[in-house]
Design a protein around this ligand. Structure first.
Ligand SMILES: [Zn+2]
Ligand SMILES: [Zn+2]
Length: 162
């Protein structure tokens, strides 16, 4: 992702409207490695700008996606997470707390015909690792080898973990 000044410049060039609230939203994304959801950004911006609406957050997110400065991470996840690092890299998602981490594994963008067994042209590949972050692993007792206690309400994982 570009710096905040460069993004503002790019918006102006494209004739996109820049308001102080939008700048606050952009500021939340620049250098953010936490893969925030809309709610995360909304809470962070609201702390300083109580009048901000969810619509402003969504509009700014869509604007950044149009500019190629933000992308939606690949499902499966319960809410959409956004990543200001648009270069292909692998992620690890914690199935207990839902946090998404960057791994150190990055990929080059190159077109190739992979043996996927379907007529399909690969442009890039990314892998999502699923598991427990160290914090959650400790809480669930996984570290001591006890039974895993994963929140059963998180349905997508239910079968796997019962
Ligand atoms: Zn966790
Ligand atoms: Zn990432």
């Amino acid at each position: 992702m570009l710096s905040i000044e460069e993004i503002i410049e790019k918006c102006r060039e494209q004739g996109m409207r820049i308001t102080s609230q939008r700048i606050e939203v952009i500021r939340q994304f620049v250098g953010n490695r936490n893969h925030p959801t809309v709610e995360d950004i909304f809470k962070a911006v609201k702390a300083e700008n109580p009048d901000v609406s969810r619509a402003t957050i969504y509009n700014t997110i869509n604007m950044l996606i149009d500019l190629g400065e933000l992308r939606v991470l690949t499902p499966p996840m319960e809410s959409r997470h956004y990543d200001p690092d648009t270069a292909p890299h692998d992620h690890a998602v914690c199935i207990s707390c839902g946090r998404v981490f960057d791994t150190a594994i990055t990929h080059k963008t190159k077109r190739s015909k992979k043996n996927l067994g379907i007529p399909f042209n690969v442009i890039w590949k990314e892998t999502m690792y699923h598991g427990l972050c160290d914090e959650c692993a400790e809480k669930t007792g996984m570290v001591e080898g006890k039974k895993n206690v994963v929140d059963k309400k998180r349905k997508p994982w239910r079968k796997q973990w019962e």
